[in-house]
Design a protein. Structure first.
Lengths: 313, 319
């Protein structure tokens, strides 16, 4: 177990190195001169003087070859210095620390919706395929997959905020501000999780080992709890795990719609104003989130599915 | 029901409806299993022998249409409630599934799967049942049993899984044990243990129904042999007479196809089960076939035996 986790951690190192390189490349390929963009914001003018730009280029090492730039940038990053925002003049780390909890909470609540509602419905629908609940959940899934999250968000605002006045419209002053956006964000994950759980459960119940369990004289409830559930939930967990990363990155539209100061908003704003250091930091945070999630999935696989253990040890 | 019969199957038909066809796996079959005997049901793949075994425990999928009756002791299994069936399954009639690789739950340790019937049908606690499971694993040469008990099925080889399956099927003392291909994937050395196990079970008075196409194995453990062909029983006889004087042309073919009898195969293949059959199912492969074989042929009594072949019509009187 310990060896397995260490091995997986070790495997993330090359991934991390490539990500820093890609994030660095962004600075090279983004249109516009970073020095000029920086000066424009700093001097609050559209056309900063030529000499000032030259001066800035030298300060930012932009006149050096790319590998020197990469080296000095990477060593700063490794010391925890991610630069500063050209726009707000605040350190990027500060910006990230402010935005991260909002998105983290938002995507976690969205995930929680799926776990506590979609999984139980999926299990029940899978136990009785083509039953009433199965048909109902199939209908909900189709609607859920067909409606874009921003549309559902607007619909939610119209119904719950403007007509019923029970939830705030937009902004972020407390957890109640996250209910509507999390609901809108979770819709496609919710729909797919529900169907996946249903299919997985129905498939497991067709397996021969379930017939073995029946032949022992176990009752249906025990068979489902003891023999079916653990095997059925593994693919669903994997799916949800990978989707958590997408939720995190995909919150951009929803965060913009509900004016939530999260990571997605931060990234979109940074991209719009070519705030490169903030973009780089956002990309690295997204990448690290994905790496951590994949690590968690692998570990949960290891714990849930003994067939995985042999291949790793 | 006769006093010495433990299971009496009458007019059992099991069919599966598919798109545009009706597959009759068991065709109007009647069979009595005598208390304490070991009955081997032999036949090639697709002859319906596994379906017959599954029907006795009502383990067939809902898509199967079942008619007839299966009287176990005094109750008709086909009319019992699920709750009553749960008491019978594993406790009174135990089952050894056919495919050990798929028959075990991949995410549960072997000892727990072997212990489950013990905990369910006796007063044992899980820890007592675990000790019992380890004893059973040792009995089936899964050594060292303490180590293997803690493993998951993935760590086992095919032959070991088959033996673990036998341990699981024999963990309680049932009245009837139904084993589906118990020697599949087991090598010659371990097969001796399996034969010994079935003979021990027999001495304990357990009625055994063994579904197999391993004739050697059947000759070592069975008292009687029922030959199945295309969902019907074509011959029901004692094990001695089956190997010395088989009656039905198909049985003759089976015995002659044994290595020690010169390995001569039966010509042709069995007809498709998807089509409704009339008359003798074996007629297309039979050298003795005549016009009367197209008519429905009942099981004729011949001495102590039964055979479904027209050449034995009225033979009983001459016997």
């Amino acid at each position: 177990m310990k060896r397995f986790i260490l091995l997986r951690l070790f495997q993330t190192i090359p991934v991390l190195i490539s990500i820093t390189f890609i994030a660095f490349l962004l600075m090279m390929v983004t249109p516009g001169d970073p020095a000029e963009i920086n000066l424009r914001a700093m001097m609050n003018t559209e056309s900063p003087p030529k000499e000032a730009i030259e001066q800035m280029r030298m300060e930012m090492d932009l006149d050096k070859p790319w590998y020197i730039q990469y080296y000095s940038w990477l060593s700063r990053v490794l010391h925890g210095d991610l630069g500063y925002s050209y726009q707000t003049r605040k350190s990027t780390v500060e910006e990230i620390l402010r935005a991260f909890p909002v998105t983290f909470l938002l995507s976690s609540i969205a995930m929680l919706f799926s776990i506590i509602i979609a999984i139980p419905i999926g299990i029940l629908a899978g136990i009785h395929p083509n039953g009433k609940l199965d048909h109902l959940s199939r209908g909900i899934s189709i609607i859920g997959l067909s409606i874009p999250d921003f549309f559902l968000g607007i619909l939610g605002i119209l119904i719950f905020s403007i007509t019923l006045k029970i939830l705030p419209v937009a902004g972020y002053k407390g957890p109640e501000y996250l209910i509507l956006p999390a609901f809108a964000l979770s819709i496609s994950l919710f729909a797919v999780t529900m169907r996946l759980m249903r299919t997985s459960m129905a498939e497991v119940l067709e397996q021969e080992y379930i017939r073995t369990a029946i032949s022992k004289g176990l009752d249906r409830g025990t068979i489902i709890r003891r023999h079916a559930l653990k095997n059925a939930i593994v693919p669903v967990l994997t799916y949800m795990g990978t989707q958590y990363g997408w939720l995190f990155g995909g919150a951009m539209i929803i965060e913009s719609l509900f004016a939530l100061p999260g990571m997605g908003r931060l990234f979109v704003d940074a991209a719009a104003s070519r705030d490169i250091m903030v973009m780089q930091a956002c990309i690295m945070v997204f990448a690290i989130i994905f790496i951590i999630i994949n690590l968690c999935i692998d570990i949960s696989y290891y714990l849930l599915d003994p067939r995985m253990r042999d291949t790793h040890e | 029901m006769k006093m010495n019969n433990i299971i009496e199957i009458s007019d059992l038909t099991v069919s599966f409806k598919g798109e545009g066809y009706l597959l009759t796996a068991v065709d109007n079959l009647s069979l009595s299993v005598i208390h304490g005997e070991t009955l081997a049901i032999i036949g090639e793949s697709g002859s319906g022998k596994s379906v017959l075994g599954l029907a006795i425990l009502r383990l067939l999928p809902d898509t199967a249409a079942i008619s007839g009756s299966i009287i176990f002791q005094t109750q008709d299994i086909l009319t019992l409630s699920e709750g009553m069936m749960e008491k019978i399954r594993g406790g009174k009639i135990a089952w050894i599934p056919q495919n050990p690789k798929l028959g075990f739950n991949p995410s549960m340790k072997i000892w727990k799967q072997v212990s489950e019937p013990i905990v369910l049908h006796t007063d044992s606690s899980w820890s007592e049942a675990k000790k019992q499971a380890i004893r059973l694993l040792r009995q089936y040469s899964i050594l060292p049993p303490e180590k293997w008990a803690e493993e998951y099925p993935v760590a086992y080889s095919g032959g070991m899984l088959q033996r673990a399956m036998l341990a699981m099927g024999t963990s309680t003392i049932p009245s009837v044990l139904i084993a589906d291909e118990p020697t599949k994937g087991i090598d010659a050395i371990n097969k001796k243990d399996v034969i010994e196990m079935f003979n021990t079970q027999k001495e304990r008075g357990i009625t055994q129904i063994i579904i197999t196409h391993d004739l050697d194995f059947a000759s070592e453990v069975a008292d009687r042999i029922a030959v199945m062909y295309c969902g019907q029983i074509v011959e029901l006889t004692s094990v001695e007479r089956f190997f010395t004087t088989p009656l039905h042309p198909y049985s003759v073919g089976l015995v002659n196809s044994l290595p020690q009898r010169g390995l001569s195969p039966i010509p042709g293949t069995s007809p498709s089960m998807h089509e409704k059959q009339a008359g003798c199912r074996f007629k297309s492969r039979c050298s003795l076939c005549s016009r009367v074989c197209s008519e429905e042929i009942p099981l004729f009594p011949v001495g102590y035996d039964n055979v479904r072949c027209i050449q034995y019509h009225n033979r009983n009187r001459a016997w």
